[in-house]
Ligand binder design. Structure first.
Ligand SMILES: *Cc1c(COP(=O)(O)O)cnc(C)c1O
Length: 380
């Protein structure tokens, strides 16, 4: 069969239970959605606080368009830096207890652009085994030597860093991990990782995508929760999850930010995010840091504790193993009125296909209780 024909590859994916297809939602993305004419409780989004449908954010977006226009027109370095971009970066850096921050179009663009700016072929990037695809791709693009440590295994990381430092005395060694892992919902042992990287003169790049807005004081993340901002060199995050919008950021020192402005290709060669988006993100940051933000995090906590008391994040995996089993479980839940995605390889390792339940402050308690009943019945 010719490589010019994509169909054999699609057939192979389908045969392995790995084919993905797009299914439109016929409603705004919220806790209750309409898909193919049916109403479903949506347990498949990362909108942990319900901000994606918050009226104040919609208003801020519209106000941003009225004030600043629909688009930025160019890359930030050319002519695209508008007042809300700078205002958001300053507010975010202050909120996170960092010197500076830099915005990107998405979390993916943040990782894919900043990792190659921070490490080169003479350097080493050390990733947790379960790091998100954008971190892996950013590390690959850097051309650095790549090493992987077993998920959250600090003893192995420490040994690996010792070996690497002895072999590469002058190299920049960048440890990359996530504060809340996106498909497992567990936390990294941040304090121990920070100690290890400091022992070996390495730098730490922490992806707070699923912690930003949810974890720590005012939702400012795991580094803030543990008071480790000063020792986490790079805090990455996104406005696409708990902040309800889109757009990525990297918070760091002023000097590192200057280097990124000069070297991060997804920043340099890409049109700035719409200024209205930055304006809305500033409003989202305001909500996250307000009493309303605290109340929403409290509501989210109640829902997490209903399904899994004490669990550290809004992401609850139910690992089933087999691709077809995960797909069948998702189909059954959908027939019962619940949208819960089946997650398969390569998003998760082979043999660990799962349902990924994500909770939101916007879910009514009765919907969470109903889901719990369905999950218990399915497990019987
Ligand atoms: C979603 C996600 C990203 C990408 O963020 P986007 O803004 O959606 O591009 C990066 N890292 C992790 C861990 C994520 O889960």
């Amino acid at each position: 069969m010719s490589r010019a024909d994509p169909r054999p590859e699609l057939a192979e994916l389908a045969a392995a239970g790995l084919l993905r297809t797009l299914r439109p939602l016929d409603s705004p993305a919220g806790p209750r959605v309409v898909r193919e004419g049916r109403e479903l409780w949506n347990f498949g989004s990362n909108d942990y606080l319900g901000l994606a449908s918050h009226p104040a954010l919609a208003d801020a977006f519209i106000e941003g368009v009225r004030r600043h226009g629909a688009g930025a027109g160019a890359s930030r370095l050319v002519s695209g830096t508008l007042p809300p971009h700078g205002a958001l970066e300053d507010a975010l850096a202050a909120a996170k207890g960092m010197e500076a921050s830099l915005l990107f179009s998405s979390g993916f663009a943040t990782a894919a652009g900043s990792l190659p700016a921070l490490a080169g072929k003479q350097d080493v990037v050390v990733l947790d085994k379960l790091c998100h695809a954008c971190l892996i791709d950013g590390a690959r693009l850097s051309g650095a030597t790549i090493r992987v440590f077993p998920h959250n295994d600090v003893a192995k990381l420490d040994r690996l860093l010792g070996t690497l430092r002895a072999r590469h005395p002058e190299a920049r060694i960048l440890v990359v991990t996530e504060s809340v892992f996106s498909m497992d919902g567990d936390l990294c042992p941040l304090r121990e990782i920070v100690d290890a990287k400091d022992r070996h003169g390495a730098l730490l790049f922490l992806d707070e995508a699923h912690a930003f807005g949810v974890t720590g004081p005012a939702g400012m993340g795991l580094a803030a929760e543990l008071g480790l901002q000063d020792r986490v060199d790079f805090q990455m995050g996104t406005f696409s999850k708990a902040a309800g919008l889109s757009g990525g950021y990297l918070a760091t020192s002023a000097a590192w930010r200057d280097l990124l402005v000069n070297r991060a290709r997804s920043f340099i060669y890409s049109t700035a995010p719409p200024p209205a988006l930055a304006h809305a993100a500033l409003a989202a940051l305001g909500i996250l840091r307000s009493a309303e933000g605290d109340a929403l995090r409290g509501e989210l906590r109640r829902r997490i504790d209903l399904l899994c008391p004490g669990h550290p994040s809004a992401i609850l995996p139910r690992i089933l193993g087999d691709n077809d089993a995960a797909l069948a479980a998702a189909r059954n839940l959908e027939a019962r009125g619940f949208l819960v995605p089946a997650i398969r390889y390569p998003t998760v390792p082979r043999g660990t296909a799962r349902l990924r339940i994500s909770l939101s402050a916007g879910h009514p308690l009765h919907a969470v209780e109903d889901l719990q009943r369905e999950l218990a019945a399915a497990a019987r």
